[in-house]
Design a protein around this ligand. Structure first.
Ligand SMILES: NC(=O)c1ccc[n+]([C@@H]2O[C@H](COP(=O)([O-])OP(=O)(O)OC[C@H]3O[C@@H](n4cnc5c(N)ncnc54)[C@H](OP(=O)(O)O)[C@@H]3O)[C@@H](O)[C@H]2O)c1
Length: 423
């Protein structure tokens, strides 16, 4: 039986879940894994759950860093500072770190990884993407035989909850957001979720692992859901689509594209059935084909499941495992990032219902090499009607240029929304 001494930093939602999980599963883990998980210290600003006095750390340096018996430090305070300083200090002291901190990993991965390697310590982050969904180690430990060419994920529960409710209840974005905040499904300051930043941090980690190349956030296109209206969802539904905030990574040869944006997907797509606060990651490996992992992407116990699993994984290793990306330490000349990708588009254009207007719009699309797959006109009114266009695959820049020109057609009153479509 191996004894593993642990320090836990942060006793909020996930920290409390980890505390409870270790208590609940201790003897089961001893039996199954031959490991005694011994929580030695807990560092918190406030002790919101009842824990023994002897466990409470008074000082990070003295009680955690200088305690040579502590093997693993679990960081669950979130944000960049002081989480980064805590982690670097722990790694510097040769202690393995387990974290759920997506923002910190996405922003400072090379520095943290280098510190871990230098000190022979481990750095594990399963809980940083998809909460309880074991996606990182599925890629690392179970898909080694593959070259992964695409990842597509619903990896933010708040936005998926809002979009699902808008679709089901036919309510506006503002009203569903208010309800989500009342129910605790959205934070008081929901910016990071709604503007796609949370999904962007997770995509950086997910696509880096999948493509064996670091995908920095600076190379990820990011657009949130604040511009989505009930009309977009309803017209999409009529055309057989459902709307999701997707995090998409694709690799073709040595070129990577990574983007987070609202996306129409056919209702028959496996990700279309992911509703409410659930998350899922759909990926394609050249040997295995398509795989989808589905589950709760957040929550105290769900995330604790991933954190404690990392602790067990780390404790059971003779030698720690490090990423070996093509562009680990420096930019690799062999790797490029694409920002003019190809996809289909859903466009909602508001125009006067006068003869020839459709032909004029189609002609502008044609002049930019954008071909139309279908058009739908809603209602009949001289003043203004919504025209919904679905394009065939087209380059991002071509569609943007076409839209710029369409705005100059006299009968066109405005381009209400442009949403990418994935099949
Ligand atoms: N919640 C989820 O479902 C979920 C899912 C996946 C990943 N994560 C990640 O897990 C991490 C923790 O998230 P969470 O939801 O548990 O956040 P949380 O509920 O806000 O908990 C963070 C805790 O850390 C405490 N803290 C802040 N600074 C500290 C310091 N210097 N020393 C000690 N404690 C400090 C906070 O205390 P105060 O409240 O007093 O400031 C709070 O209790 C984040 O990186 C998050 O992105 C969360």
């Amino acid at each position: 039986m191996k004894n593993v001494n642990i320090a836990l930093i942060g006793l909020g939602t996930v920290g409390s879940g980890v505390y409870k999980t270790i208590a609940m599963q201790k003897s089961n883990i001893e039996h199954k894994e031959g490991l005694i998980l011994n929580l030695k210290k807990v560092l918190a600003l406030e002790y919101t759950i009842d824990i023994p006095e002897a466990l409470k750390a008074k000082d990070f340096e003295h009680d955690i860093i200088e305690d040579k018996s502590i093997d693993i430090v679990i960081e669950l305070i979130g944000g960049v500072h002081p989480a980064k300083e805590f982690i670097l200090a722990a790694l510097g002291a040769g202690k393995t770190v387990v974290t759920a901190n997506k923002e910190l990993m996405a922003r400072h991965w090379p520095e943290l990884n280098a510190a871990a390697k230098k000190n022979g310590a481990g750095l594990y982050f399963e809980a940083s993407v998809g909460g309880g969904i074991p996606i990182i180690r599925t890629i690392w430990d179970s898909l080694q035989a593959n070259e992964i060419t695409s990842v597509m994920g619903i990896i933010n529960g708040t936005t998926n909850y809002i979009l699902t409710r808008m679709e089901e209840e036919k309510e506006s974005f503002e009203s569903v957001l208010g309800e989500a905040q009342r129910l605790g499904m959205a934070e008081a300051n929901p910016k990071s979720d709604l503007e796609g930043l949370d999904a962007m941090y997770k995509l950086s980690i997910l696509s880096s692992m999948a493509f064996h190349a670091r995908v920095p956030i600076e190379y990820i296109y990011c657009e949130g859901i604040t511009g989505i209206t009930q009309e977009d969802i309803a017209y999409g539904q009529e055309l057989g689509y459902t709307l999701k905030l997707l995090a998409i990574g694709k690799k073709s040869g040595n070129t990577i594209e990574a983007r987070v944006h609202p996306t129409m997907i056919p209702v028959t797509h496996p990700l279309a059935s992911v509703r409410g606060a659930f998350n899922a990651v759909f990926l394609h490996g050249n040997i295995v084909g398509d795989i989808m992992l589905y589950g709760r992407g957040a929550g105290d116990m769900q995330t604790a499941s991933a954190v404690v699993s990392d602790v067990i994984y780390a404790a059971g290793r003779e030698k720690h495992r490090y990423t070996t990306f093509y562009n680990e330490d420096k930019v690799s000349a062999e790797l490029s990032f694409e920002n003019n990708w190809e996809s289909e588009f859903f466009l909602r254009i508001i125009a006067q219902d006068s003869p020839g207007v459709l032909a004029k719009i189609a002609s502008v699309f044609g002049s930019h090499n954008v071909s139309i797959a279908s058009v739908m006109q809603k209602g009949q009114s001289k003043d203004s009607v919504p025209l919904i266009f679905i394009t065939h695959k087209a380059k991002e820049i071509s569609v943007k240029r076409a839209v710029d020109d369409i705005k100059y057609i006299p009968e066109v009153l405005g381009v209400a929304n442009i949403i990418r479509v994935e099949n």
